[in-house]
Design a protein around this ligand. Structure first.
Ligand SMILES: Nc1ncnc2c1ncn2[C@@H]1O[C@H](COP(=O)(O)OP(=O)(O)OP(=O)(O)O)[C@@H](O)[C@H]1O
Length: 281
């Protein structure tokens, strides 16, 4: 039995019969302990897919199963790190993380919860800012709090919706490593949604492209057969990395071009000119 399974999933945001079908015939199967990355174009339906898996949305057709059971709502077992950090503005960094661990572990002693907060805030390098409120932090720092908050709840499955996009290269690299450490050490299952192919190759066991929408569907998967732990600096010289990267980018460019042709065909501008128009050139 797959750990997470999507079977023939369709999603339409329908106000009426003309609603656009965002996702179409999505089939995905992730085994326990796997790290899977989905790469997709902007607006293709990545967040919709995350929300279906998280239980914030229900499919129009098809099934989302977690450990064999239908997903009927959100659960602490599946922790999401969203693209847009949503911190409570009146709470400090420490209090934001504390709220989350208290909710995830209601029976745990206060001192244990405090230790958890300190560990995860330290992990994202924010100990000096632990008493600051979100308005006193940069965007990147807020995103790091959101990462700490999600990981501190120790979800069995970590779902990441482009969580590191707004960060500088150094912070991004450090957090990629921290997420990988936690995934490996605590034997979690992870799904990363990203538009960065290199990030996907560095982190995942498999990369699956999400074809552009409407009617976005998953493309063929690319297995990443590069031994772990992976070294970013050595990766660029790894022939396996180069071949995999080229194959994925080639595929993405191909489907991107297909989309451009479709778009060009779809919009034909009317042949108009204003009344009494005099050509001057
Ligand atoms: N609640 C909603 N109601 C109607 N349409 C929606 C809703 N949410 C998303 N959409 C539409 O669904 C499509 C996919 O949106 P989604 O946010 O899932 O894409 P995405 O790949 O995450 O985008 P981005 O890369 O910009 O974050 C878009 O065309 C969007 O306008």
């Amino acid at each position: 039995m797959a750990y997470l399974e999507l079977k023939n999933v369709y999603k339409t945001y329908a106000q009426d019969d003309t609603g656009t079908q965002v996702l179409s015939n999505i089939n995905l199967s992730i085994e326990e302990g796997e790290f899977v990355a989905i790469v997709g174009f902007t607006g293709s339906g990545k967040t919709t897919l995350v929300n279906l898996i998280n239980g914030l949305l229900t499919p129009t057709r098809g099934q989302v199963l977690f450990k064999g059971e239908p997903v009927l709502g959100t659960s602490h077992e599946r922790g999401v790190i969203f693209q847009n950090y949503s911190l409570l503005p009146w709470l400090t960094v420490g209090q934001n993380v504390y709220m989350a661990v208290k909710e995830a572990f209601p029976k745990e002693k206060k001192s244990v919860l405090h230790d958890m907060v300190n560990t995860y805030v330290d992990m994202v390098g924010l100990t000096p800012a632990i008493n600051k409120r979100p308005k006193e932090l940069s965007g990147g720092m807020r995103q790091r709090v959101a990462v700490a908050r999600a990981l501190a709840m120790k979800p069995e499955m970590i779902i990441m919706d482009e969580p590191l996009g707004a960060l500088d290269a150094l912070t991004r690299g450090n957090l990629q490593d921290e997420i990988l450490n936690i995934w490996e050490k605590d034997k979690r299952t992870a799904l990363l949604i990203t538009n960065d192919v290199d990030e996907g190759i560095y982190m995942a066991d498999r990369i699956i492209p999400l074809r552009p929408g409407p009617n976005a569907t998953l493309g063929p998967e690319f297995a990443i057969n590069i031994e772990r732990p992976r070294d970013k600096t050595e990766l660029n010289d790894d022939p396996n990395f180069k071949t995999t990267r080229n194959a994925i980018i080639e595929y993405l460019m191909e489907i991107g071009n297909e989309r451009r042709v479709e778009t060009e065909e779809a919009y034909v501008l009317p042949d108009l000119s204003p009344k009494n128009f005099v050509e001057q050139f």
